[in-house]
Design a protein around this ligand. Structure first.
Ligand SMILES: [Cu+2]
Length: 218
């Protein structure tokens, strides 16, 4: 009985996250002065998850009218994320989308003129008019990019936390699709979710698993 109650609470907690999508955007991947992808569609509640590669990039929300400068209201700034060697920074920067209006963003690194060189992107950009291409074209005339004085508008998430997030998402999917077995990382599970009050969960674990599983088994 106790186990059933805890499992129900866990299933509800996980289901509440089901609607939000985490959208990974790589920053400076393979040495390119670019965001990959640089144009994404997102719904309110989705999470932009910026992953930073060498050498030293940032992401700043801007306004279409003033390329390479911070947004006049609201916005976000990751701070600079130096990476020595290859690989990516320990932290990613996560921003929750709170509007479906276009969100322009750019890198404020002035060494080698990242924004001026086209290192910018857009969320929910229009197909004509104020497009990313138009923003990048106007950015070529900007002498120096600028950024806010401090990190704000999102949160820095360590690699281990990011793993936890994806684990919880996987558990949610398993629940809603009823059955899932073997995902390549060595665990199996078979869930049945039939309404908030009557949840049956059976779990078999081969490998160590995090957060979501820990709740289900507590
Ligand atoms: Cu950059």
């Amino acid at each position: 009985m106790r186990a059933t109650t805890l499992s129900t609470a866990a299933a509800i907690a996980l289901a509440s996250q089901a609607s939000a999508t985490t959208i990974r955007i790589d920053v400076g991947q393979n040495g390119a002065l670019a965001f990959t992808p640089d144009s994404v569609k997102a719904a309110v509640g989705d999470i932009l998850d910026f992953h930073f590669h060498a050498v030293n990039h940032s992401v700043v929300m801007g306004d279409f009218a003033t390329p390479c400068a911070p947004a006049k209201t609201g916005g976000f700034f990751s701070g600079f994320m130096p990476v020595s060697g290859s690989g990516e920074a320990d932290d990613s920067f996560q921003v929750t989308v709170n509007s479906t209006d276009p969100i322009f963003f750019y890198c404020s690194q002035n060494k080698f003129e990242h924004c001026k060189s086209g290192m910018s992107g857009v969320v929910n950009g229009p197909s004509s008019g104020n497009t990313l291409a138009a923003y990048q074209s106007a950015a070529k005339n900007v002498q120096n990019a600028s950024n806010p004085p401090s990190v704000f508008g999102g949160k820095l998430v360590t690699a281990s936390s990011a793993t936890t997030t994806s684990a919880a998402a996987a558990a949610t999917t398993s629940c809603t699709t009823s059955t899932k077995s073997g995902n390549g990382s060595g665990y199996k599970r078979s869930d049945t979710c039939s309404g908030a009050g009557s949840v049956q969960v059976s779990v078999g674990i081969v490998a160590a698993f995090t957060f979501g599983m820990a709740i289900l088994l507590s």
